[in-house]
Unconditional design. Sequence first.
Length: 231
Amino acid sequence: MIPFFPASLSLTFLLLPRPSLSLHPSQGVSLGDPVTLRCHLPRLAAWVWLYQEGGWLYPKGKEKEQDAAEFSFVSTLRVHAGRYRCQYRVSESAEVSVESDPVELVLTDLRYPPSSISLHPEQHVGTGTNVTIRCWNKDYGATFLLHKDGSSEPIQRQDSSGGGTATFTLFGVTPADSGIYRCSYRPWHYAFMSSPLGDTVMLEVTPTAAPPGGPPGPKHTTDPIVHPQTH
């Protein structure tokens, strides 16, 4: 592991296909857990670099050319949390690809107390209602993230106000918004460290009821009846 430096200082970038980078597991990694960053190579490569933004460069030479390179942390530390990209060089020349799109390695620190949560109105609401979800912690300056069970990514994020509180609003909810919600937060001074997921609230959205007698039918206008005059 050596300090970060731009690979472009001595190498020439040409139109090599961009690699892609993925995390395994993709989420839910706690401090001390193992994690692997996999650089997927559109061309066979001799050298692959993994960059941590503002941090370290991890080079990997390949004894045989392959279509992927893996970089693993057996036991993650705080210094491993961050934003990563990868890049590769082909063997027949000094050509270097552009960097991959970034991925974020966010580590959960179980020493941060989970956040609390409240829902208003509580539980059962009708379609079209605006619902407020409030999350708070022990006055940590932090960015709060709102999670819904079944969604792979947070559905909203917001910086805390005074008192370590964030308020999320779901406007005009529908039955699709029904589900279990919870919050986590990321302290401002450790942007890639996260609290564990906090307490849960259940939101149940009922469909709008049809008026008595069934759904309304199409509106008809009735023309006045005109009786023919006789002369």
